[in-house]
Design a protein around this ligand. Structure first.
Ligand code: PLP
Length: 414
């Protein structure tokens, strides 16, 4: 999405220096054409329904773009549900997951007549039935199963092992069946799973498909009219420039091998795959320093802007805009936050830089802005969407005054 012409850096058709004239760093930039291309290719290859996992990038402009491309929305909180509805996603294209749904959350989802509430515990099943009873409705539900599969990914983004907190243990199918039989206000029509993020190993996908087919059959055999089988998200993204991309066609071949003449529709709920590569984070160098022989570039973005490197030691490629200096230096790129873990990359060779120069942190369209905080009382970054030669600020940066004003000092302290 970045290209260089006549010594200028462009994001699609927009020169970065044009954006910089009006926007202060740090900010995220997303490319509409890149998102469109990735979505269309995924949809065409897998040929299933796609629910965009809103948690990966919940800006309403991005949700609306996804909906316009034909995606549904996978939400995990009432806030995400409200965003999806406000962005114009049809309620029948929304599925509601998440392991901590309160009665109020469930009531709102039922009131909005969404496609499915995916139950993640037996206790939640009882709660959903009770709320539906009080609204005098019989509602469609799905069950998120925990298929006990090791996604062979980072521990902190693994969700499908038996001891992970997500989904219902498949050894409890008999208990689920018993509770379902006593629950007159719910109608089980869907089964789902999600075993983790950043999955590359095709044998993991094959295991998911195989186990979930068996699980769906168990429910069909018990007389449930299973119409939807959701195979989760987790499609891996190549964050390293020399890493291979995920081969979607091989995944499709596994799907076709496994699901022949099944009575339900398949779907996926990816987040990262659809948006990660379509976003960059633009930040400025505030300070350059040398500590103990180590050269630091301190940027105005930090773990409060993009937490993935500090939280999961996630890798992002980094580029500089100013490449005029022929001398290369090994730099460690760090944020301004008072935490030693606030480091984006250690010891990378870059052309010599000056304070004020811009740095681009690549592939940050997913789990970037959505995980930003105002730690150290720093502001939230803005977000910009680019379409061809035009750009639009789709989220204004929140300045420190705006959230400091949310504090309230009790009278007894004044
Ligand atoms: C239930 C569920 N579905 C989908 C996703 C999206 O995962 P990814 O962004 O890796 O595709 C997640 C991510 O944590 C999830 O928890």
């Amino acid at each position: 999405m970045i290209n260089y012409k006549n010594n200028r850096t462009f994001v699609e058709g927009v020169p970065l220096d044009d954006i910089i004239k009006t926007q202060s760093t740090p900010f995220y930039v997303y490319s509409q054409s890149k998102i469109t291309k990735i979505f269309d290719e995924l949809k065409k290859t897998l040929d299933t329904e796609i629910f965009f996992a809103v948690k990966s990038n919940s800006n309403q402009a991005i949700i609306k773009l996804m909906a316009s491309l034909g995606a549904g929305a996978d939400v995990v909180s009432v806030g995400e549900l409200e965003r999806a509805i406000m962005a114009g996603v049809q309620p029948q294209k929304i599925i509601f997951e998440g392991i901590g749904k309160t009665k109020q959350d469930i009531a709102l989802a039922i009131k909005n007549n969404i496609r499915l509430i995916n139950i993640e515990s037996i206790d939640e099943l009882e709660r959903v039935n009770e709320v539906a009873f009080h609204q005098n409705k019989k509602i469609n539900i799905g069950i998120r199963l925990n298929p006990n599969i090791d996604g062979q990914t980072l521990d902190k983004i693994s969700t499908g092992k038996k001891t992970d907190k997500f989904g219902i243990d498949t050894e409890k199918l008999d208990v689920i069946n018993k509770v379902l039989k006593e629950s007159n206000n719910v109608n089980l029509i869907g089964i789902s799973c999600h075993v983790g993020s950043q999955i590359f190993n095709i044998s993991v996908f094959a295991e998911i498909f195989h186990k979930m087919k068996i699980n769906a059959q168990i429910f069909l055999d018990k007389g449930y009219d299973i119409k939807h089988l959701d195979l989760g998200g987790g499609l891996g993204v190549n964050y390293h420039q020399d890493q291979e991309t995920l081969n979607l066609q091989i995944i499709k071949n596994e799907i076709d091998k496994c699901y022949i003449d099944v009575p339900y529709q398949l779907s996926f709920e990816p987040g990262r795959y659809l948006v990660a590569k379509a976003g960059i984070l633009v930040t400025s160098i505030i300070t350059i320093k040398n500590n103990g022989g180590k050269n630091y570039l301190i940027t105005d973005a930090g773990m409060h802007t993009l937490i993935r490197p500090a939280l999961y030691q996630a890798h992002h490629e980094i580029d500089v805009i100013n490449k005029n200096n022929t001398q290369n230096i090994n730099y460690t790129i760090a944020g301004p936050i008072c935490e030693s873990s606030d480091i984006f990359r250690e010891d990378i060779s870059l052309p010599k830089q000056e304070v004020g120069n811009l740095i681009i942190i690549k592939d940050t369209g997913a789990y970037g802005k959505v995980m930003a905080s105002n730690y150290n009382s720093r502001g939230f970054p803005g977000e910009i969407l680019i379409r061809d030669n035009n750009y639009c600020v789709i989220h204004k940066p929140l300045n420190t005054k705006e959230f400091i004003n949310q504090d309230h000092i009790p009278e007894w302290l004044t």
